[in-house]
Ligand binder design. Structure first.
Ligand SMILES: Nc1ncnc2c1ncn2[C@@H]1O[C@H](COP(=O)(O)OP(=O)(O)OP(=O)(O)O)[C@@H](O)[C@H]1O
Length: 253
């Protein structure tokens, strides 16, 4: 059982960015993917999720042993794989609560005619989660991410994920743009996802969030290749020494 990439060679719009990536995220665990800017972390996130602009040249993505390489994102989501975006986008004209309800009802198989309607139980859960994540309850009635601050967008992403109970989650820089209290809140939400049984791949170029959620495994990606793997001490070493040992020049790449 795991979310897995095997020998993944892939990239956006015909470019080869990932050059044979192997990674494994077991359920109920946190794997940290670290690497300097431009090393291919977001490319891996989008390729795992099946973003239509990213093409797999060879290798495969597996969910609990089943290849999903050719499947579109919504089909992967239906099977429990979800993504938290680095920069969550605005969805004007759609209220956050209806957006959540549509995703929730689709995931848990509610009558298609009711798809965007939040049932009272869901509304109650969403309000409780909003409060815990430090979002004002009135934000549920606002348009998705429209006028949300960077930190509010990240909290809103975690709210959706906690409701949707993914089996596997890829979180692309979940702490970017957050103040220190925000990092703690997001870290608490990640721990909760793991307690729900999810396998979480946390993408980050520095180890700040990993002070609050200890990964069971750390993978280092440089220039589209896995160049090192280890326990949480590897993240601490990178925090102190940077990526010089892998890039050779102290530069980002
Ligand atoms: N659409 C595209 N066309 C061409 N090159 C691209 C495209 N998208 C990404 N790249 C390149 O692919 C490489 C990897 O980008 P990616 O966003 O995956 O890196 P990253 O590790 O997530 O970086 P960061 O830490 O800065 O977010 C970069 O050199 C980037 O410029």
């Amino acid at each position: 059982m795991a979310l897995e990439a095997r020998g993944l060679v892939a990239g956006p719009e015909g470019k080869t960015i990932l050059r044979g990536v192997d990674i494994k995220v077991p359920p109920g665990s946190i794997v940290a993917l670290m690497g300097p800017n431009g090393s291919g972390k977001t490319t891996l996130a989008y390729t795992l999720m099946g973003h239509p602009r990213y093409r797999v040249e060879s290798g495969e993505v597996l969910l609990d042993g089943e290849p999903v390489t050719g499947l579109p994102p919504h089909e992967r989501a239906r099977r429990g794989l979800m993504l938290g975006f680095q920069n969550p986008v605005e969805v004007p004209g759609v209220r956050f609560i209806n957006f959540i309800a549509a995703a929730y009802n689709r995931r848990f198989g509610v009558d298609e005619r009711l798809i965007g309607m939040p049932r009272p139980e869901l509304l109650k859960q969403a309000r409780e989660l909003a409060e815990r994540l430090g979002l004002r309850p009135d934000m549920l009635q606002r348009e998705v991410n429209v006028g949300f601050s960077g930190g509010e967008r990240k909290r809103a992403e975690m709210l959706q994920l906690l409701l949707l109970r993914p089996r596997y989650v890829v979180l692309d820089e979940p702490d970017s743009g957050l103040d220190v209290d925000g990092v703690r809140v997001i870290a608490g939400a990640i721990r909760e996802l793991v307690e729900q049984g999810a396998g979480v791949l946390v993408i980050t170029h520095y180890a700040r969030i990993l002070q609050f959620v200890e990964p069971s495994h750390v993978v280092v990606l440089v220039n589209g290749r896995v160049v090192d793997e280890g326990g949480p001490e590897l993240a601490r070493r990178i925090e102190q020494e940077g990526y010089r040992a892998y890039t050779g020049n102290g530069q980002e790449r």
